[in-house]
Design a protein around this ligand. Structure first.
Ligand SMILES: Nc1nc2c(ncn2[C@@H]2O[C@H](COP(=O)(O)OP(=O)(O)OP(=O)(O)O)[C@@H](O)[C@H]2O)c(=O)[nH]1
Length: 317
C-alpha cells in the first residue's frame, strides 16, 4: 500500500484494507495457513512447490495461476531455506500481477445523461443489493440517481428494490409482476432523461434455466433503450457470487455470450473461503473487475484494487 496522501486519506485506506482483510479472512486462512504448513522449516524443492500448487488450486485460483505462481516462487530458490512470510510475499506479488490488468475503477461518465447501467447475473448473486449500493454511493457523491426494477418476474425482487430505494432516497421505477421488462426499461430511461438524472441503474431477471428466453429479454431491453439513446446501456455489469466458486466461472462464460458485459462485480467475498475464484476469472477472461462486495451493508461495496486484494487474500504483510 502506498503511503501517499493526507493522514486522513491514509487512515481511510488503512481501514478499508482492514475491512477487506476481515471480510476475506476465510479465504486468507486457507492460503496463509496452507503456506505456513508447507514451508515451515523446510527447504524449497519440487515436492514443496507441488504442494503449494495444489494448495492454490484448492483455494480456487485456477490451474494456470497456480502453476505460474509456483514457477515464480521456485525461480532461483531451489534448495534454499525460505520462510512462510517470504513465500506469502511472493505469492501476493504474483497474484497482484494477474489482477492488475483487470482492476479498473467503475467510472460514471458525467457527459452521458443519464449514464445507463444494466445489472445482469443469476438470481441471488447480489444484483439488486449491488445496484442499491452503487446508487447510494453515487448519491453521496452528489449525483441524481434512479433505479428500475427490471426483474419483473419476482414480486420479492421488486419489493426489495423499493425498500432499498426508500432507504437511500432514490426513486424506483416499477411495473406489475410479470410485466414487460423492456417496457419498464424504456419508461425508466424516458423518465430519467426528462428529469435529467445522472445515473440510471436497471436491475434484470437472472433466470438461467432458459438461456434463450433470458437472452431474448436482455436483447429486447437493450434494443428499446437504444431507441432513446443509441449509446445505452453505457455499462453492463455482471454480478457474480464468490461463494459459488467454479459456477461463477461458468456464469462469466454464459453471460459473456448473451450480454455485452463490460465489467464484473464480485459479491460475498466475506464469509467464503473461495475468494481465489476472482483470480481464476481474471486470468481466464481478462474482463475488467470494478467492484467487490464484502458484506451486506450499504458501504460494503468497494472499488477493486489488485495489490490490496492480493495481499489480503494471501495474508502477506
Ligand atoms: N455477505 C454478503 N451478502 C451479500 C453481498 N451482496 C449481496 N448479499 C446478499 O445476498 C443476497 C442476495 O442478494 P440480491 O441482491 O437479492 O441478489 P439478486 O441477484 O438481486 O437476486 P434476486 O433478487 O433473487 O434476483 C441478499 O441477502 C444480500 O444481502 C455481499 O457482498 N456479502
Amino acid at each position: 500500500m502506498s503511503e501517499t496522501g493526507t493522514p486522513e486519506e491514509q487512515q481511510k485506506k488503512k481501514s478499508f484494507f482492514q475491512r477487506m482483510k476481515d471480510g476475506l479472512s476465510r479465504s486468507t486462512r486457507t492460503i496463509s495457513d496452507g503456506i505456513t504448513g508447507i514451508f515451515i522449516r523446510k527447504k524449497l524443492d519440487r515436492a514443496t512447490l507441488d504442494e503449494l500448487e495444489e494448495l492454490l488450486i484448492a483455494a480456487d485460483l485456477g490451474i494456470d495461476t497456480a502453476a505460474s505462481v509456483a514457477d515464480a516462487v521456485g525461480k532461483d530458490r531451489y534448495d534454499k531455506e525460505v520462510t512462510p512470510e517470504e513465500i506469502r510475499g511472493i505469492v501476493a506479488s504474483e497474484i497482484s500481477k494477474v489482477l492488475a490488468p483487470v482492476a479498473k475503477p467503475f467510472a460514471i461518465d458525467a457527459e452521458k445523461k443519464p449514464f445507463v447501467v444494466l445489472m445482469v447475473g443469476v438470481n441471488g448473486a447480489g444484483k439488486t443489493t449491488t445496484a442499491a449500493k452503487i446508487a447510494a454511493k453515487a448519491k453521496r457523491d452528489g449525483k441524481s440517481v434512479m433505479l428500475a426494477a427490471g426483474d419483473t418476474f419476482r414480486a420479492a425482487a421488486v419489493e426489495q428494490l423499493k425498500v432499498w430505494g426508500e432507504r437511500i432516497g432514490v426513486p424506483v421505477v416499477t411495473t406489475k409482476v410479470g410485466g414487460d421488462a423492456a417496457g419498464l426499461a424504456y419508461e425508466a430511461l424516458a423518465r430519467a432523461k426528462e428529469e435529467k438524472t445522472d445515473l440510471l441503474l436497471i436491475d434484470t431477471a437472472g433466470r438461467l434455466q432458459n438461456k434463450a428466453d433470458l437472452m431474448a429479454e436482455l436483447e429486447k431491453i437493450v434494443r428499446v433503450l437504444k431507441k432513446l439513446d443509441p449509446e445505452a446501456p453505457h455499462a453492463t455489469l455482471l454480478v457474480l457470487d464468490a461463494t459459488t466458486g467454479q459456477n461463477a466461472v461458468n456464469q462469466v462464460e454464459i453471460f459473456g455470450k448473451i450480454a455485452n458485459v463490460t465489467g464484473l462485480v464480485m459479491t460475498k467475498l466475506d464469509g467464503t473461503a473461495r475468494g481465489g475464484i476472482l483470480v481464476a476469472i481474471a486470468q481466464r477472461f481478462g474482463m475488467p473487475v470494478h467492484l467487490i462486495g464484502i458484506g451486506e451493508g450499504i458501504d460494503d461495496l468497494q472499488p477493486f484494487d489488485a495489490d490490496t486484494f492480493a495481499r489480503a487474500i494471501t495474508g502477506a504483510n
